[in-house]
Design a protein around this ligand. Structure first.
Ligand code: NAD
Length: 496
């Protein structure tokens, strides 16, 4: 199944094979004329080509975003931005099936999952629509001599460069565009070269909603060319980035030229701690999907599974049985639970960790191989994999794999579990399974991570901030704090 075969209801000036990018309200190609391919990772088929932009295209997009920021967009009242965001949300409702199919065919996420993300994405748009009319500074009593009134104003930071990964293109785009529009910023968004197609559909929705030209620009290209040019650009006021920690570090370095603001949602090596008193019927499937969902290509993947020793063997056995029962295939089939990895490159990366696990002495309980039976041979499929007898120093327990691989590590005391869970440069998320409410509170306090889920996983809500500790990044997405990332606070003093 290719996107060209899906019913197209969005108005795109494309022939089904080549998609232009969206700059200053117009569909354009790269100035150089270069293009790049994007493939369906379940079939290996090329589904489209998109412009491969470079520095000169970024230049035009940033100029368009600046012109819109200084011009018509600055005259939009908060209520008008709210109405626009609500209209965009309605259009997402209308086109949701096409968006879901686009994510599935471009990056492999099973359609059951892309469809199910509906409320999260549209809820985010409506949450930020609500916030657009809630932005406010405060009056502050000062101790200055004479009569001087002091207050703060919240002002949009300006032109925002948004750089996103491939593992959840729709959600990642909306988590950047939503708060930017709510606060009055303009955006140049660069999708991942692995999955540029849904962000281009989103551009079409912006057009259909009547977003003024230049307010949202979607520029396709590689990280080394378009991404780096955006991160360095002196006319960009802020970069919001989601991706790997290594790229995040280079973005921070690139931002130094004009000291633009940066917020970073980076990688993780999240621990899941299963206590002996846990409800195992609940813990087994949730722990399994904490890492197998989206074939492990999620930043919050619960890839280090600490299990209390008395239940370790039983838990690992049940986890492996669950893994073996998962239905793997082309995500466009609604029965598929586990789709492919996004690319051949990602497949090689995961394969290297499978080899390292065995070489370092971990026990392979299930999985550990590429799947090549029948139609799976054309795609990048890896069996959900459970390693046991893993030690904290092994590569598979230390490094982010971004694949369907879980490492089981036994523990004896809660203090030990917390210490080992925290013994990582990352701090994005963590899971705890226990029936003891005191343990739930103690562990959620002691674990150094931006999100802690107890007896559940993956719970993300527009109103609750999400982000990292340590090398998982800084800044928050979701909640009121998210808007502050897109705002400057100005202090004003008026002598009366
Ligand atoms: P990546 O860092 O390779 O690429 C992310 C984006 O950055 C892409 O658009 C890419 O083109 C661009 N890029 C690459 N090099 C660049 C450079 N030098 N300058 C500017 N831009 C550049 O990450 P990926 O492989 O696409 O995604 C996987 C990573 O993303 C994982 O580490 C994962 O944990 C992380 N991630 C984090 C979150 C989160 O919320 N914390 C969410 C999803 C993914």
């Amino acid at each position: 199944m290719t996107i060209a075969q899906t019913p197209v209801s969005l108005r795109r000036p494309i022939d089904g094979r080549h998609r232009q990018m969206f700059v200053d309200g117009a569909w354009v190609d790269a100035r150089s004329g270069r293009t790049m391919e994007t493939r369906n990772p379940a079939t290996g088929a090329v589904i489209a080509t998109v412009p491969r932009s470079d520095r000169q295209d970024i230049e035009l997009a940033v100029a368009a975003a600046r012109k819109a920021f200084d011009g018509p967009w600055s005259r939009f009242k908060p209520y008008e931005r709210q109405v626009l965001l609500l209209k965009i949300a309605d259009l997402f409702e209308k086109h949701w099936e096409e968006i879901s199919r686009s994510d599935t065919t471009d990056m492999g996420m099973p359609i059951v999952r892309t469809r199910a993300n509906r409320n999260r994405v549209i809820g985010m748009l409506r949450y930020y629509a609500g916030m657009a009319t809630s932005l406010h500074g405060e009056t502050i009593e000062n101790s200055l001599p004479g009569e001087i009134v002091s207050f703060t104003r919240k002002e949009p930071v300006g032109v925002v460069g948004a750089i996103i990964p491939w593992n959840a293109p729709t959600a990642a785009s909306i988590w950047k565009i939503g708060p930017a529009l709510a606060t009055g910023c303009t955006v140049v968004l660069k999708p991942s070269e692995e999955a540029p197609l849904t962000p281009l559909l989103i551009a079409d929705i912006m057009n259909e909603a009547g977003v003024p030209p230049g307010v949202v620009n979607i520029v396709t290209g590689t990280g080394a060319e378009a991404g780096a040019a955006l991160a360095e650009h002196m006319g960009v006021d802020k970069i919001v980035f989601t991706g790997s920690t290594a790229t995040g570090q280079s973005i921070v370095r690139a931002s130094a030229g004009n000291l633009k603001r940066v917020s970073l949602e980076l990688g993780g090596k999240s621990p899941v701690i299963v206590c002996a008193d846990a409800d195992l019927d609940r813990a087994v499937p949730v722990a399994a999907m904490s890492v197998f969902a989206n074939s492990g290509q999620i930043c919050i993947a619960g890839s280090r599974l600490f299990v209390e020793r008395s239940i370790h063997d039983e838990f690992v056995e049940r986890l492996a049985a669950h893994a073996k029962g998962l239905r793997i295939g082309d995500g466009i089939d609604p029965a598929t639970e586990i789709g492919p990895l996004v690319s051949e490159k990602q497949l090689q990366r995961v394969a290297s960790y499978l080899e390292a696990g065995t070489a370092e002495g971990a026990t392979l309980v299930t999985g550990g191989t590429r799947l090549v039976e029948g139609a799976l041979a054309a795609g990048n499929f890896v069996a959900p994999t459970v390693f046991a007898h893993v030690t904290d120093d092994m590569k598979i327990a230390r490094e982010e794999i971004f694949g369907p691989v879980i490492s089981a590590l036994p523990f004896d005391t809660l203090d030990e579990a917390v210490e080992r869970a925290n013994n990582t440069p990352y701090g994005l998320a963590a899971g705890v399974f226990t029936r003891n409410v005191a343990t739930a509170h103690q562990l959620s306090r002691k674990i150094r991570a931006g999100s802690v889920w107890v007896n559940t996983y993956h719970a993300i809500d527009p109103a609750v901030p999400f982000g990292g500790y340590k090398m998982s990044g800084y800044g928050r997405e979701g909640g009121v704090e998210h808007l502050d990332e897109y705002l400057n606070t100005k202090g004003v003093f008026i002598k009366i």
